[in-house]
Write a protein that binds this ligand. Structure first.
Ligand SMILES: Cc1cc2nc3c(=O)[nH]c(=O)nc-3n(C[C@H](O)[C@H](O)[C@H](O)COP(=O)(O)OP(=O)(O)OC[C@H]3O[C@@H](n4cnc5c(N)ncnc54)[C@H](O)[C@@H]3O)c2cc1C
Length: 435
C-alpha cells in the first residue's frame, strides 16, 4: 500500500451509484456507518433499464427510509399476462394481497427512482458522495482496502471508455469496500474473478416511449404483457408518468443497426400505438446475460448487484437481486465493524445470496424461453398448457400469485451456523434473515 493514502475515516467504501450502490449506502448509513461513495459519471442522467420491483424489495427500501417516496411514483398491482399470437390470454399473474404491506408488482421509471434515492442519500450526514471519480485500482492487506480513483468526465454509463483527467489520482483507505460497479465491473476484473453461466446470442430491441404533451397514447395498454408471438415475441410494459416500454425480439438474420433506426421503431410500434403521439426516448438493442461471478468476495472486498450476477430481464428481478444483496451484506458489515459479530459471518453473504440469485436467473431464463420460443410444438404446448395450468389448484397459484418466484432459503448461511460462530458479543434484538 502507498503510505500517502488519504485516511479519511470511512468504515465502508461503495463503488457505483446504480440501484445497488444507492440502497447499500442508505442501509450502511442506517446502521450508523460512515460511507464513501465513488461514482464514475459526473452527473446522473440515468439509464432506464429496470421497470419492476416487488413487495420484498419495497420492504428493504422501507428499512432504508425511502419506500413511501419511491413507491408514490410507481404504478402498482397491474396484471402481468402471457398473450398468445391470436391475442387470447394464456395466463395471468394478478395478486392484490399485501402480506408484506406493499403491493407485489410495482412498475417504476429507473432514472426517477435513482434520482430520489440519491437525493435522500445526499441528506445523510455520514455519507460522502463523490461523483466524477472513477475507481482505477484496488489493493488490500489484513486491515484495510486502498482504493485508487481519478477524476472522470464520464463513460456514458459503460458505453464508452472512461475519460480520466490527468493528475487527479487519489487513494483512499477504508476497512471494507463494496464493488457495486455494474456488469462490467472494473473491480471484479482487477481481482481476476470470472463470470460463469451463459450469454445468449438472442438480441432484444428496447424502446422507451413517452407521450407527447396533451396525448394519452398508452391508456389501452394498461397490463404488462408478454406477447408470445413467434413472428415477433414482444414485451409491453406500462411505466409511470405517461410512459411505456416495448421490447421486441430480433431474429438471427435481423440487423442490429436497422433495428436501432427510428423508421424500424415506427414500423414495429404501429401495431400497438399511434406513433404520432409518442416520443422515442431510447431505442437500443440488448443481449441477454445469465451470469454469476465465481467469487463474491476477496478478503475485504465484496461484489454486489450486477457486478456479482446478471439476470435476464424476463422476470424483472435483476435490480431487485442487487437490492437484496445490499440488505444481506449491510447489517453483517455493520455488526462486524461495531464488534457485535464475528467477521467469519461475512462468508454467509455469498452462501446465502448466491443460491437465490442463481434460482432467480434460472427462472428468468425459463420465462425468456417460454415467451420467445419459435419451435411450433413448444408454442402449441405453451398455448394449451398455460391456460390449463392456470385452472389447476396448485399450478394455478404458482402463476396467479407468482409463487414460482424463488424464495430466500438459508441452508448454509447465518441461520445455519453454530451459535458460537455466529455471535461474539451481543445478539441484536429481533434479528431476522435477510431477503
Ligand atoms: C432492458 C432491461 C430491463 C431490465 N428490467 C429490470 C426490471 O424490471 N427489474 C429489475 O429488477 N431489473 C431489471 N433489469 C436489470 C437492472 O437494470 C440491473 O440489474 C441494475 O440496474 C443493476 O444495478 P447495479 O447498481 O448493480 O449496476 P448499475 O446500474 O450498472 O450501476 C453501476 C454504477 O457503477 C458506476 N461505475 C462503473 N464503473 C465504475 C468505476 N470504475 N468507478 C466508479 N463508478 C463506476 C456506473 O457509472 C454505474 O452508475 C433490466 C435490465 C435491462 C438491460
Amino acid at each position: 500500500m502507498t503510505p500517502s493514502a488519504n485516511t479519511d475515516h470511512f468504515d465502508v467504501g461503495v463503488v457505483g451509484l446504480g440501484p445497488t450502490g444507492l440502497v447499500m449506502a442508505h442501509l450502511l448509513a442506517e446502521h450508523g456507518l460512515r460511507v464513501l461513495v465513488l461514482e464514475r459519471e459526473p452527473e446522473h442522467y440515468g439509464m432506464a433499464r429496470a421497470v419492476h420491483t416487488d413487495d420484498e424489495c419495497l420492504r428493504i427500501l422501507q428499512r432504508a427510509g425511502v419506500a413511501d417516496e419511491v413507491h408514490a411514483a410507481m404504478i402498482s398491482d397491474l396484471p402481468v399476462r402471457w398473450i398468445r399470437a391470436d391475442g387470447k390470454v394464456s395466463g395471468q399473474f394478478h395478486d392484490p394481497s399485501t402480506p408484506l404491506d406493499w403491493p407485489k408488482a410495482n412498475f417504476l421509471y429507473q432514472p426517477e427512482f435513482e434520482a430520489t434515492l440519491e437525493a435522500r442519500l445526499q441528506e445523510r450526514d455520514t455519507v460522502t458522495i463523490r461523483r466524477g471519480r472513477a475507481v482505477i485500482g484496488v489493493a488490500q492487506d489484513g486491515d484495510s482496502v486502498e482504493v485508487t480513483h481519478a477524476e472522470c468526465a464520464g463513460a456514458d454509463y459503460g458505453r464508452s471508455e472512461a475519460r480520466l483527467v490527468d493528475g487527479t489520482t487519489e487513494t483512499t483507505r477504508m476497512p471494507y469496500l463494496i464493488a457495486a460497479d455494474g456488469g462490467r465491473s472494473v473491480i471484479r476484473t482487477s481481482l481476476d474473478i470470472a463470470m460463469t453461466g451463459r450469454s445468449f446470442p438472442q438480441r432484444w430491441l428496447v424502446i422507451d416511449l413517452s407521450a407527447r404533451p396533451g396525448t394519452r397514447p398508452f391508456d389501452h395498454l394498461s397490463e404488462f404483457d408478454f406477447i408470445c408471438d413467434a413472428q415477433r415475441p414482444t414485451v409491453s410494459c406500462p411505466q409511470p408518468g405517461n410512459r411505456h416500454r416495448f421490447e421486441f425480439m430480433l431474429h438471427d438474420d435481423d440487423q442490429t443497426a436497422e433495428f436501432e433506426d427510428t423508421e424500424m421503431a415506427v414500423q414495429l410500434l404501429s401495431r400497438h400505438v399511434d406513433a404520432a403521439d409518442v416520443v422515442i426516448d431510447r431505442q437500443l438493442v440488448y443481449t441477454v446475460n445469465a451470469l454469476v461471478a465465481a467469487r463474491w468476495r476477496v478478503g475485504r472486498i465484496f461484489l454486489a448487484g450486477d457486478a456479482a450476477h446478471m439476470t435476464p430481464q424476463f422476470i424483472g428481478q435483476g435490480m431487485n437481486a442487487g437490492i437484496r444483496d445490499a440488505d444481506n451484506l449491510s447489517w453483517k458489515l455493520a455488526d462486524v465493524i461495531h464488534h457485535r459479530l464475528d467477521p467469519s459471518n461475512l462468508e454467509t453473504y455469498e452462501s446465502e445470496r448466491r443460491p437465490h440469485a442463481k434460482a432467480t436467473i434460472d427462472l428468468s431464463v425459463f420465462n425468456k424461453d417460454l415467451v420467445s420460443t419459435g419451435n411450433r410444438s413448444l408454442c402449441r404446448l405453451r398455448d394449451v398448457g398455460l391456460p390449463l395450468a392456470s385452472r389447476m389448484p396448485l399450478a394455478g397459484d404458482f402463476i396467479k400469485e407468482a409463487k414460482m418466484k424463488p424464495r430466500p432459503r438459508f441452508r448454509s448461511g447465518y441461520l445455519g451456523m453454530p451459535r458460537g460462530r455466529r455471535l461474539t458479543r451481543s445478539r441484536r434484538a429481533g434479528r431476522r434473515p435477510s431477503c
